[in-house]
Design a protein around this ligand. Structure first.
Ligand code: C2E
Ligand code: MG
Ligand code: MG
Ligand code: MG
Length: 282
């Protein structure tokens, strides 16, 4: 029909947008089965000590090996999974798989303790019994709780009262570390966060991107990071910088005293086998 109607109509009806909407619907309606069919895989991205360069931990990042569309990045489906609730099943699989892997690394390399950091959606805190799930998974896999970190966004913990707050405390008492992901993009303040059982901040990538460069001669972001890292440390929190893409950024962060860095400068997210090879001393 496109040919018959000519180019003007083609643009007017925007088939690309229509196709996009249909893809979204199709992805949304097949998410649950996809979890059962085992169509998801995890990649792991190193978190490296800025001073010394030791591999400290890895963040687990989910990808969907879609039978029709190929490998899909999380921004294509995590939002849909949160909307339709399938994030609870998906999130459970991610947690279990991450802990199995981390336990295998711990067994193979007992002298190089590596923690795994797992993203947890707001809905997992609300809609599932996260505390029981985590306890069961740690028990089944044998992973020590100190080797598990959970990444929550500011919106998941801000103003948290009642159930979510109890959940955070229970996880923390279990020995699991709570980190705030993409810190600095929301409205939370550190004074409030310091009263929650939070152990780490992950500074959003936009701060590092705003460091001094030809485009940004006045590095306001660098000044903010200096203050944030100082305050976080005084409050007993460790700080990871996201999106470290070059040596200069890594060096500035190291001088500022930021604890760990994560980004393409160190490694892209990679398959589990690549992490095993890195642990083997490479
Ligand atoms: P995030 O948790 O903030 O993860 C970091 C994202 O930044 C990842 O994107 C990673 O690939 C990307 N990244 C890492 N280093 C660099 C860098 O140097 N430069 C740039 N430009 N980007 C970098 P990815 O894997 O596409 O994941 C996107 C988001 O999807 C994650 O952001 C997280 O919010 C969400 N996500 C991923 N896996 C899961 C999961 O298992 N559960 C939940 N609930 N969300 C997940
Ligand atoms: Mg994250
Ligand atoms: Mg992040
Ligand atoms: Mg992010």
């Amino acid at each position: 029909w496109a040919k018959a109607d000519g180019k003007a109509r083609w643009t007017l009806f925007d088939p690309e947008r229509n196709a996009h909407r249909m893809t979204r619907q199709s992805l949304s309606s097949t998410l649950r089965q996809a979890v059962e069919r085992g169509e998801f895989v995890l990649e792991y991205q190193p978190l490296v000590a800025l001073s010394g360069g030791t591999l400290r931990g890895v963040e687990a990042l989910v990808r969907w090996e879609h039978p029709q569309f190929g490998r899909l990045a999380p921004n294509r489906f995590i939002g849909l999974a949160e909307e339709n609730g399938s994030i609870v099943q998906l999130g459970h699989w991610v947690l279990a798989e991450s802990c199995r892997r981390a336990r295998a690394w711990q067994k193979d390399h007992p002298d190089e303790p590596l923690f795994v950091s797992v993203n947890v959606a707001v809905r997992q805190v609300w809609d599932s019994d996260l505390v029981t799930d985590v306890a069961e998974i740690l028990d089944e896999t044998g992973l020590p709780p100190e080797l598990l970190q959970l990444e929550l966004t500011e919106s998941a913990v801000m103003g948290s009262a009642g159930q979510p707050l109890q959940t955070l405390h229970a996880l923390s008492e279990m020995g699991v570390r709570i980190a705030i992901d993409d810190f600095g993009t929301g409205y939370s303040n550190l004074a409030y966060l310091s009263r929650l059982p939070v152990a780490a901040l992950k500074l959003d990538g936009s701060f590092v991107r705003g460091f001094r460069s030809q485009e940004h001669p006045n590095p306001a972001d660098e000044t903010i990071v200096v203050a944030l890292v100082d305050l976080a440390h005084r409050l007993g929190l460790t700080v990871t910088a996201e999106c470290v893409e070059n040596a200069e950024q890594a060096e500035r962060l190291r001088r500022i005293g930021c604890d760990t860095g994560q980004g393409w400068f160190y490694s892209r997210p990679v398959a589990a086998e690549r992490i095993s090879a890195m642990l083997g001393g490479h």
